[in-house]
Design a binder for this molecule. Structure first.
Ligand SMILES: [Zn+2]
Ligand SMILES: [Zn+2]
Length: 302
């Protein structure tokens, strides 16, 4: 989805949903920053040799090697991150407090945002937990700022990977590029489901499994699609067996590409409803409902 289309879509949603205005405005400012930001080159994180790509994909291992981030310096990502902190500061209140805590931490780590982000990404998830605790900044906010800073770099990487991934089968529910779980699923028709990656924004299509995408439960008493807002064609694919859910958008009438950032906001009520039902998002461990695990990366040990 290109820049002008994204901006138009955001403006339409703001008009239609005044109660979400503040969140959309925040996203709009973030869009401005990210549209003005240059990408870093992430291509060295991927071994593009044919045999390696095929081997990884056949074993469900995403293309990006996370430890490789340690070799990158990410200057543009760091610059974008700094600008996002300025947007947070301008928002005042709690956002301002969090922004200054993050800035203090970065200074204590040598002052280079890009280097700190590269280090976080190259380590295991426990490292990010530690950083979040030291900073006293909620982990989901930190992850959000990092992923938005990296967005244009990932979009550039995706352009290269399109040719590599085209035509190769990937029937998993984690992202073939970075390994993160999907933020949303899109029903395209009865035989096709499109997933949108929570972290890098890659999207991929698979044949949906008959049962729960997490544990395979088939019993419709335990696993079902709960539609809360039929007019918005959004719902939860919820499973009582494993306690996970996935937000779904029904687009069988017109399988257009979604903007997952906007859908994330539109689906906030669904996340809250799922939380009240005691469910956690697909791909996230029980002990840390907010923690993003990248199956195949965090689990995979060569
Ligand atoms: Zn991804
Ligand atoms: Zn399940």
């Amino acid at each position: 989805m290109d820049q002008s289309k994204r901006e138009k879509l955001l403006a339409e949603h703001m008009r239609a949903r005044p109660h979400l205005r503040e969140i959309f405005q925040f996203l709009e400012k973030i869009e401005e920053v990210r549209n003005a930001s240059a990408p870093d080159d992430l291509l060295s994180l991927v071994d593009l040799r044919d045999a390696s790509v095929k081997d990884r994909l056949s074993r469900g291992i995403p293309l990006i090697d996370r430890p490789g981030f340690a070799r990158l310096s990410l200057p543009h990502t760091g610059g974008t991150f700094r600008k996002l902190l300025t947007v947070m500061r301008q928002g005042g209140g709690e956002r301002e407090v969090f922004a200054s805590r993050i800035a203090t931490f970065i200074r204590s780590e040598g002052g280079e945002e890009g280097a700190v982000i590269a280090r976080i990404l190259s380590r295991e998830d426990g490292y990010l937990d530690g950083v979040s605790q030291t900073m006293e900044v909620p982990r989901p906010l930190l992850v959000f700022l990092i992923k938005m800073s990296l967005r244009s770099s990932f979009e550039r990487l995706h352009e290269t990977l399109l040719a590599v991934l085209r035509g190769l089968a990937w029937e998993y529910t984690h992202c073939p590029v970075c390994g993160a779980p999907p933020v949303i699923g899109q029903a395209m028709d009865n035989d096709h489901r499109r997933y949108y990656c929570f972290f890098c924004s890659w999207h991929w299509e698979t044949r949906p499994l008959a049962g729960c995408p997490s544990c395979g439960e088939m019993d419709t008493e335990l696993f079902n699609l709960l539609y809360k807002h039929p007019n918005e064609h959004q719902g939860l694919l919820a499973c009582e067996s494993c306690g996970t859910y996935l937000k779904m958008v029904d687009q069988r009438e017109g399988p257009d590409l979604l903007n997952p950032d906007i859908q994330e906001i539109l689906g906030l009520h669904l996340d809250m409803a799922a939380g009240e039902l005691g469910l956690r998002p697909l791909g996230q461990p029980l002990s840390q409902a907010e923690t993003i695990v990248r199956p195949g990366i965090d689990d995979y040990r060569p």
